[in-house]
Design a protein around this ligand. Sequence first.
Ligand SMILES: Nc1ncnc2c1ncn2[C@@H]1O[C@H](COP(=O)(O)OP(=O)(O)O)[C@@H](O)[C@H]1O
Ligand SMILES: [Mg+2]
Length: 278
Amino acid sequence: MPHEQTLDASLIAEIASKVPKLSRDDRETLIACLMARMKRHGQRLFYALYPDENETWQAPANKHFNPGSTIYARALYPKHLEFFRAGAKYRERCFMAANKVSKTLGGGGYETACHLTGLYPPWWEGRRFENPTRVWTAGKTNETTRDIIQATLLGEVAHRGQRKVMSGTGVVPGALLGDPSWKQGVQDLVDTIKVRHVSGGWSTLGLKSYQQGRGSFEGTSQHGIWLDEEPPLDVYGECLIRTATTDGIIMLTFTPLEGMSEVVMGFLPAEMRPQADS
Ligand SMILES: Nc1ncnc2c1ncn2[C@@H]1O[C@H](COP(=O)(O)OP(=O)(O)O)[C@@H](O)[C@H]1O
Ligand SMILES: [Mg+2]
């Protein structure tokens, strides 16, 4: 779009020519406005994903994109769209695929953000919850949960005055995040965080790890559980129970690095399951 670029460039040149004439106070206000704008844009990854056409990420760098990175058009992700659509029909879904194909960000992360916020995009054909949700997400260890899932959903740990908060530069829109509570005994791992839902209420996201054992998956009912790595069978069973009374959903996203576990096998059609020698 050369026209738009020329316009932008001439506008920038015009502003730049006026900046030296501004008072110091006005220059400081201008810089504060630009920084606030950059921060806002950095917290809007959710709205940038799955565009109609390829787009360029124009906000500050985050875990997944640098300024200038291409965010690919939705049509280039037919498997992801199929995964979402299947949610309207099936309670349990498994996205087993290669590394780096956007299972975490564009698969489980994106759908989790949809259910927490209620902000389903116009093209959404998957499962919908009309009211605020309770969602859990979990990875294998506390550290991978923090460094992969938490960073993808919520961004980085930041400080607001005395308080430790999340930067909101992940796929859950930063402007919708409440204050987190923190896990004991694990540096910088969120325990739960509220997310503003489109209805005006608050959803609740809880972070867990398989390392904490099956027992830590007992408790309240959940509308959604996203497991970003293959869970042990006992944890998976507990997740089924947690989502039974809400007619909730379970999303599994992972690359099968450890052969065929019992949980994976349950998702495979019979002819694809390895046969035991008799
Ligand atoms: N929609 C997208 N458009 C462009 N690049 C993407 C998109 N989603 C993800 N990526 C890139 O792919 C990388 C891998 O994504 P990730 O979700 O971590 O993959 P996986 O979980 O499958 O290993 C991201 O860090 C990002 O750079
Ligand atoms: Mg991943």
